[in-house]
Design a protein. Structure first.
Length: 127
């Protein structure tokens, strides 16, 4: 995994969403009637957020797939920090998939076409 080292935690989180929520990088979506807003989480582990931000930043220079993902986010009109936060969110999802399947990180597999999650915990697209 680009920009990541250290110990692995295999069974602590049930799905990628739980791991992302613990990390504090998944967005909070609030919807009432016709209005829908998406916000960054304010309550999180500062050290973990900092580490994930640094991982995403180093992945930009070391991974062509991460650079392409960041470029797509920036083309959508996102600023540097929101795009970096989304990249970190994606990297945590990829990490969860690697831990769940007990496979090593592979750039070509991880950077395949992005598919929306189906909500099924057994579906590889849910990672």
């Amino acid at each position: 995994m680009p920009g990541r080292g250290g110990r692995r935690d295999l069974g602590r989180y049930a799905d990628a969403r739980a791991r992302k929520n613990f990390a504090g990088i998944s967005p909070i979506t609030r919807q009432t009637g016709k209005k829908k807003t998406v916000h960054a989480r304010y309550v999180h582990n500062d050290r973990l957020i900092d580490a994930l931000g640094r991982q995403a930043q180093s992945a930009l220079s070391g991974s062509p797939g991460a650079r392409a993902y960041d470029d797509r986010q920036r083309a959508r009109g996102l600023g540097h920090q929101p795009a970096l936060r989304q990249l970190a969110n994606r990297l945590v999802g990829i990490l969860h998939g690697c831990l769940r399947t007990r496979t090593l990180y592979d750039e070509t597999t991880a950077r395949g076409p992005h598919r929306p999650a189906t909500g099924n915990a057994n579906d590889p697209a849910a990672a």
